[in-house]
Design a protein around this ligand. Sequence first.
Ligand code: SF4
Length: 492
Amino acid sequence: MTKHVLSKSTFMYGCQCPKRLFLYKFKPSLRNPEDEGQQAIFAAGTNVGLLAQSLFPGGVDASPPDTFSYQKSVEKTRKLIEAGATVIYEAAFQFEEVLCALDILVRKKNKWYAFEVKGSVSVRPQYIQDASLQYHVITNSGLKLEDISIVYLNNQYERQGDLDIKQLFNTDSILGEVLEQQPFISDKIVELKVMLTLKKEPVMDIGPHCSDPYTCNFTNHCWKDFPTENNIFSLSRGPGWELYEEGFKHLDDIPQDYALSPKAAMQLNHYRTGEIFIDEKAIKGFLSEFQYPLYFFDFETIMPAVPEFDHSRPYQQLPFQFSLHIKRKPGAALEHYSFLGDGITDPREALIKEMIKLLGSKGSIIGWNASFEKTCIKKLILDFPKYEKQLSSINERWIDLMKPFQSRWYYHPDFKGSASIKNVLPVMVPDLSYEDLDIQEGGTASLVYAQLKDQDVATQAIQRNQLLEYCKLDTMAMVRILENLEELIRSK
Ligand code: SF4
């Protein structure tokens, strides 16, 4: 059997952007380096795929011995079908040099049913497109499909005891949509094959397709001439691609009289003048809300695709860590406390108990984007109702320190339109920085925690320390930003 020219993945690259397919085939060295986050997402998807096989137990795996031997897999699938197999995992087919592998192929009463597994909680349009390619290849290879379905995670399923695989997954038939897509699929295959035969690089400008439906992995190459700082996309609530289509890339390119939203116009104005804006009255009003003791609090969370613990659902935000700085009265020494789960067991109940003990019953609890913490606590109340009274009372005491920055009562051009603590801190407190830390943002913290149980003891100790340091800086940053804000108003 000849080697394939297109696979399901490369077909999808071509649908997103023909240049992505061209670069993948002929200039792979231009690809962005892979990051750990992408690898973790891929690994999570593989785990979900393996779990879904239990919906149809007893199947035979037709996976190839390596990624270069898919034609062996096609041959194995053919033989398994001929030998009367009823369930085949990773069944592979090839038609006119287009290859596809299907997660699960099932024979019932001599009719064939195709199932493609996705690690998300809904059926997205791109899933219909790649299943349509599978349908095209499988049926044209001579296997009539009675139905084709997407198997995906059910975010309403709450784990209680052992995983209930049937409840964990939803299965939706998409046969109707797939049949509608067939003419498009045939035409697209021809178009992409011609492009690959001619080996002529398609002329494609950057655009929304660079991140939709997937983030392209050639952005370092295609975006290399686009300004990394102060570009049109840095305008908060700005028109984005509309500006690009009019020929603008940098903030300096935008004409003075260009109509923008009030937030974007303010940002652009301060970028041009370099001036700081302070609404003294609004900030004074905000600062008057604070009541001692002050509790500066921050959660870190993980979102496991498959619920690991009782009373949790797919992709639920599970707090595993917090940092807390306490200032009991003006001028008092700062106290610091932290909690970090063990990386193995459910951290939530121990975390709740520690929070309740440390946060007391009065005083302001200060967060950055505090609605996130409040939402996490509401979920904790649902899952651990015996703590409802104390947790509800905690949830009434929040003050969001992001508010003066988000509302632009204080705006500095170096915030670059963002109220993220990562943008505000270097301006407000230049001597405090995330740059010296091994973990510098929440996504990495989640990843490190999720992988903690697989590390050796020495690495675990190092990484636990890194997690504690990172979360501690988040709350220390709030302490210093509030101090600076108070100082700023005092000096007026
Ligand atoms: S970065 Fe954008 S233009 Fe370049 S290959 Fe990817 S999708 Fe196409």
